[in-house]
Design a protein around this ligand. Sequence first.
Ligand SMILES: Cc1ncc(COP(=O)(O)O)c(C=O)c1O
Length: 392
Amino acid sequence: MNQFDFNKVTDRHNTNSIKTDLAIPRGKPEDVLPLWVADMDFPTAPCILEALHKKVDHGIFGYSCIDQNYFEAVKNWMHTEHNFEIEQSWIVTTPGVVFAIACAIKAFTKENEAVIIQTPVYYPFKNMIDLNNRKCVTSSLIEKDGKYQIDFDDFENKIEQNNVRLFILCSPHNPVGRVWTVSELTRLAEICEKHNVIIFADEIHNDFILPGHTHTVFSTISEYAAQNSVVSTSASKTFNLAGLQFSTNFIQNPVLKRKFHIERDKTGYDEPSLMGLVAAQAAYQNGKSWLTALKKHLQENLDFLRSWLKTNLPKVRLIEPEGTFLLWLDFSSYGFDNKTLDDIIVHQAKVWLDRGTMFGFEGENFQRINIATPRPLLQEALERIRNALETV
Ligand SMILES: Cc1ncc(COP(=O)(O)O)c(C=O)c1O
């Protein structure tokens, strides 16, 4: 029996959760079932709660800093989980991975210079590029028989044509669920080396890898990758701590690190969030058994969804994921336009998913569903969608 109960439903309404409490402000029905943003509907690991309670009982929440204990915890985690040997001097903390992306854009590119991303992709990549007045260049991933592939020629041509300076890699990839292989990462690194492109590797989903696949830390790919990348990670996705705003970036090249640090400092951010730090340390030290149980639940949710679709909604195509707890669903065989599909899902089914086109034009007719939820909620969402589709 699972020691942790991931099927228990916890009401998140009126808890300052954007997943539930932004429904009305964002024009969704009051009773919408939200499976959109990538946080989880489970309380975090008991070992993390215990560490946070201890800090609360201490009662002093002054300015904080990372110390040797945190370093040892993250070092061990990266070693045992990702075969990645880190040094303390590589660490730069930020209040999140998206914050780190913004720092990297400002540190490694000038206004109007080009940054490349592989669409469809997590939408804040483009937002950060646009908001910082850089040129967003996209190279579309190509779907072949249910698996997304990199068009390396297109990727390189776009870099050459636009004099791209920075590549934001999503590894594993949200939303298409790819876990990039060593040979794919090697080819990307070689192209970047040829054109002097710096790489920001967003590896926030690194702990969610499905059996048969292996996550490779980008900076371990080659000497160029090691010396020309930022590897950005966080315990926030893995242990459901996004609201605590703490992430850890690894930058091996001291020149890059200094540039990144300056941009971080210019924002006025300095010390890490105390609770974010305490939680991440406890997660890395003692969270493994909870994570193992969580991954079992996620695998069961995936298996459930796959067979449920096959029986009840065979026209909806699941892109088989290799990692992450986000699934990419193709509704194109219904022939709806995007607005109609959205309307059916949000207003008739009353399920809040992420519309595919938020990730790029390639997401037309797709929806992204977050399966990090108790099974009864997942089942209810699927039933609501089926019922709505049956009536149109
Ligand atoms: C690929 C990816 N990067 C970054 C984030 C958010 O990171 P943070 O909350 O640390 O800014 C997410 C959240 O969904 C994500 O999917």
